[in-house]
Design a binder for this molecule. Structure first.
Ligand code: KG4
Ligand code: ZN
Length: 348
């Protein structure tokens, strides 16, 4: 089954084709992404109306490009998957409208995919994928969740952030340090400079929020205040900026690693799946891989390009559900807020 995937929930237009007849990463036949970073940069964050309008401009050319890359025509498609939520409603409606219309014209089924299920399943696109049960850490700009994955589609929330998401904490902290939007990758790059002369990794130590008491919830909003105080009292030299960034990154990475180990204990598992934009962070990847290896298990990540928003994860998640016989009725579905625990399992 060849499925077109469309992602338009926020500031990236993503399109991909996934072919269930092929094995491993080769099943991802083609993908294309258009990032709106330059469009929103001058506002310091995503402007929803501008995001929607840009998806309108970019989506159809991107679908053409992806099909051409795969050597396919629209008639070769057996189904269409699109992000139905959660996300910005106007942005979601663009993808949902185009996907639904295309499916109708081609007389193939369409399915609305949960964006976070897309992220969660992205590591399974890669070769040698893990099989449930496992624990998933979802770390994106809008979510920080630990999820027990009992089966594909059966998700039990173990813990989540009580305030800012990990990606949001990266972005806000980067902003207060004067880094351009989106701050996560910029802050990580600055933190890497701390290892270089004259930087001093470890010069700034921030707290590991909520790790000194039991539980699997997170709180990241206090960290940016700690960074702000350190920032205001500093000389703001290149080395100091890098050391502060490193102190922040260490605090987030440590906190996530401590809670992941706890979640694995609670779920009786040694397999951790990591997904979402912050999953692209090199030091987080190294830390979680080492933690899982030490337990005799493994941490599974998608390649960094499949951690951040993309069409491939939507094509894949949609393909699994379409293949299991699920599809939506002929309506355009956009669900800005949507709890992943309400999803139906793949098999009854
Ligand atoms: O999953 P994603 O692309 O979009 C959402 O669904 O939110 O995640 C975007 C988030 C942003 O907050 C971005 O700053 C963060 O992921 N991010 C990173 C890195 N790359 C992206 N944070 C830390 N280190 C990175 N290398
Ligand atoms: Zn996302």
């Amino acid at each position: 089954m060849r499925v077109l995937g469309i992602e338009t929930s926020c500031d990236e237009t993503g399109v991909a084709v996934y072919d269930t007849a092929l094995a491993g990463a080769a099943a991802l036949r083609a993908q294309a992404l258009y990032s709106q970073i330059a469009l929103h940069a001058e506002y310091g964050g995503v402007v929803p109306e501008l995001a929607s309008r840009d998806h309108v401009r970019k989506l159809v050319p991107l679908i053409r490009e992806t099909l051409a890359q795969a050597g396919m025509t629209p008639a070769d498609l057996d189904g269409v998957a699109y992000t139905a939520g959660p996300g910005l409603v106007g942005a979601l409606l663009v993808g949902a409208g185009v996907a639904r219309s295309l499916a109708w014209a081609l007389e193939v089924p369409a399915i609305g995919v949960h964006h976070m299920e897309g992220h969660l399943l992205a590591p399974l696109i890669e070769d040698d994928p893990p099989a449930p049960p496992f624990v998933a850490l979802l770390v994106s700009g809008g979510h920080t969740q630990l999820v027990a994955v009992e089966a594909i589609g059966r998700y039990r929330l173990l813990g989540e952030t009580l305030d800012d998401a990990a990606g949001e904490a990266f972005d806000k902290t980067a902003k207060l340090m004067g880094l351009p939007y989106p701050g996560g990758p910029q802050l990580a790059a600055l933190a890497a400079q701390s290892d270089k002369v004259p930087g001093t990794p470890g010069a700034y130590r921030f707290s590991r929020p909520m790790t000194d008491r039991p539980g699997l919830d997170f709180s990241f909003s206090g960290l940016k205040t700690q960074v702000l105080l350190a920032w205001q009292g500093s000389d703001r030299s290149e080395a100091t900026r890098a050391d502060i960034a490193r102190g922040f990154e260490d605090a987030v990475v440590d906190t996530l690693a401590i809670k992941c180990a706890r979640a694995l204990d609670a779920a009786g598992s040694d397999t951790l799946v990591v997904a979402g934009g912050v999953g692209a962070n090199r030091r987080l990847r190294e830390r979680l891989a080492a933690m899982c290896a030490q337990r005799g298990g493994r941490a599974c990540f998608p390649r960094p390009a499949l951690c951040t928003d993309n069409g491939a994860m939507i094509a894949f998640a949609g393909a699994l559900r379409l293949q299991a016989g699920q599809h939506d009725d002929a309506s355009v579905r956009a669900v800005p807020r949507w709890d992943m625990a309400t999803l139906s399992p793949l098999a009854a």
